[in-house]
Design a protein around this ligand. Structure first.
Ligand SMILES: Cc1ncc(C[n+]2csc(CCOP(=O)(O)OP(=O)(O)O)c2C)c(N)n1
Ligand SMILES: *[C@@H]1O[C@H](CO)[C@@H](O)[C@H](O)[C@H]1NC(C)=O
Ligand SMILES: *[C@@H]1O[C@H](CO)[C@@H](O)[C@H](O)[C@H]1NC(C)=O
Ligand SMILES: [Mg+2]
Length: 503
């Protein structure tokens, strides 16, 4: 690391010169380094009241906010320990794969210091290894459990990513011959083109025939799951703990017990692949009963565009050079049903589930994955929260395709708990993006109301305007939703509105 000559806190990011591979992912367990410009070093220890505070002579409030959402915080107020503090923060972020907070007094970055005099040596962090005996015992117990099952299945969860175990999971699929499914928040982490893939396991809103096979299995191994009220569809999963093997990044639990700590998921799945016996019963059952989903009904000429028709067309746009970003809202469900070609990226955020996430996520993803044309599906309500990020996309010359689904409000919320607050102020979304574009940079917008207009707009976005940021505002009926949202909304609503227990 080395300091730059600039004092602007924005320039602080440049002091991080250690080669960090920015992961092309936006999900849980990310080593994000948040760098903030802090008060002038001479102000610490005084009783002064500074700007960007709540008006008390206390500079710790921001730090305390970040303490709850980062795994490490460093406040650099002098050059003597700056190098060590910055190193420790970066190493902790990488080792824990979690965000860290780094505040640096705004008068320090411009100054030279001998600790920063040499170019940094690339980081090397030793990988965490399993306790060999624990690993052996966990594999032994799991093999015994799985090898006596009649129709076992595998389910991939979102923590496959932090465990870097996606490939080990597929190796286990190949070795075992089991059918495998993916949890909604893990979509994109395992291939969907593998013959044994049976779809998204999401309880009552799973893809066709997937929940039936998973929930009727007599043994299921979940690799890196996060079970919350959303992923479990209002706690309506029909799973039994005594049939489950839960593999977390560093831990394995077999049925109701035993549990094994200090076992790394990747090593565990690889060892398991060597020892498990083949059993394709669940997969064969799936193949036997499977009936493909129908196609949406053909549109009449000029018929108002239906959401199922929109997603039929988005499906056709996908290839190995694409990625899909799915915003909170009905897009969660519609995008979840897309069949991802090999190599097609996929991101969504159902754990925190904040609306407006996808606009910034699209900006960052497109910047990190310049070999991909990123397609974002964003609801009108979500877009209103973070629309201004489009400006930075244009400045960075990104050529993503945004489908802005204008259904006039918070449709997902309508299905959970309705009220007049779910209708939002309509904007001229193409007009807004045109105003941001303002004739500078490459941008193309279109408003579509029927399938003919959609087909034409997609043709233009993929053809003539392939170098432009393409913004397609799709006008949809306020009640036009996926069927999965209706089912999920009713169940989540029931879970949210459980009455208080009697005291
Ligand atoms: C920051 C934040 N505020 C509020 C919510 C509650 N919320 C969840 S989804 C949603 C509406 C999303 O509307 P839109 O983007 O138009 O999607 P639609 O369901 O209409 O497709 C709201 C308000 C939230 N998740 N995050
Ligand atoms: C699966 O395992 C069951 C129970 O051990 C066994 O009876 C069956 O033959 C196996 N099926 C296949 C296809 O391997
Ligand atoms: C919305 O914006 C577009 C172009 O940016 C403009 O042509 C159109 O007239 C606007 N619509 C309304 C209703 O003002
Ligand atoms: Mg909406």
């Amino acid at each position: 690391m080395r300091t730059t000559g600039a004092r602007d806190p924005a320039i602080l990011v440049k002091i991080i010169r250690v080669p960090i591979k920015i992961p092309k992912n936006l999900r849980e367990n990310l080593p994000v380094i948040c760098i903030a410009g802090g008060p002038n070093s001479n102000d610490y220890g005084t009783n002064r009241i500074l700007h960007h505070t709540i008006g008390l002579p206390d500079f710790s409030q921001e730090l305390r906010c970040f303490q709850t959402v980062t795994c490490h915080q460093a406040v650099v107020t002098n050059l003597e320990d700056a190098h060590e503090q910055i190193d420790t923060a970066i190493a902790t972020a990488l080792r824990e794969s979690k965000p860290v907070y780094l505040s640096i007094s705004c008068n320090l970055p411009g100054l030279p210091h001998p600790t920063f005099s040499r170019d940094p040596v690339p980081f090397f962090l030793a990988p965490r290894l399993s306790n060999k005996m624990g690993l052996e015992a966990a594999v032994e117990a799991t093999v015994e459990f799985l090898n006596k099952a009649v129709k076992p299945v595998l389910v991939g969860g979102p923590k496959l990513r932090v465990a870097k175990a996606g490939k080990a999971f597929v190796d286990l699929v190949d070795a075992s011959g089991y059918a495998y499914a993916v949890m909604p928040s893990a979509k994109g982490l395992v291939p969907e083109t593998h013959p044994h893939f049976i779809g998204t396991y999401w309880g009552a809103v799973s893809t066709a025939f997937c929940a039936e096979i998973v929930e009727s299995a007599d043994a299921y191994l979940f690799a890196g799951p996060i079970f919350n009220d959303y992923s479990s569809v209002g706690y309506s999963f029909l799973l039994k703990k005594d049939k489950a093997i839960i593999v977390q990044p560093e831990r394995v639990i077999v049925g109701n017990g035993p549990a094994f700590g200090c076992v790394m998921m990747k090593e565990f799945l690889s060892e398991l692949a060597k020892r498990v016996s083949k059993n394709s019963t669940a997969f064969e059952n799936y193949k036997r009963i499977f009936v493909p989903e129908g196609q949406p009904l053909e549109s009449e000429p000029n018929e108002p565009l239906r959401v199922n028709v929109l997603f039929k067309h988005i499906q056709k746009m996908l290839n190995s050079d694409s990625a899909v970003i799915a915003e909170t809202g009905d897009s969660w469900f519609n995008c979840q049903k897309l069949k991802l070609p090999e190599g097609c990226g996929y991101e969504f955020q159902m754990q925190y589930g904040s609306i407006g996430w996808s606009v910034g996520a699209l900006l960052g993803y497109a910047q990190g994955a310049q070999d991909k044309r990123v397609i974002a599906c964003i609801g009108d309500g979500s877009f209103q929260v973070t629309a201004q990020d489009v400006s930075t996309m244009l400045r960075c010359e990104q050529n993503s395709i945004i489908f802005l689904i204008n259904n006039g409000g918070y449709t997902i919320e309508v299905e959970i708990h309705d009220g007049p607050y779910n209708v939002i102020k309509n904007w001229n979304y193409t007009g807004l993006v045109d105003a941001i574009h303002n004739g500078e940079g490459k941008c193309w917008t279109s408003k579509v109301k029927c399938e003919e207009e959609l087909t034409e707009a997609i043709g233009t976005a993929l053809g003539e305007k392939k170098d432009c940021l393409c913004f397609i505002e799709v006008i949809a009926h306020k009640d036009d939703t996926s069927k999965e949202l209706l089912e999920w909304g009713s169940r989540v609503s029931a879970a949210n509105s459980r009455p208080p227990n009697p005291q």
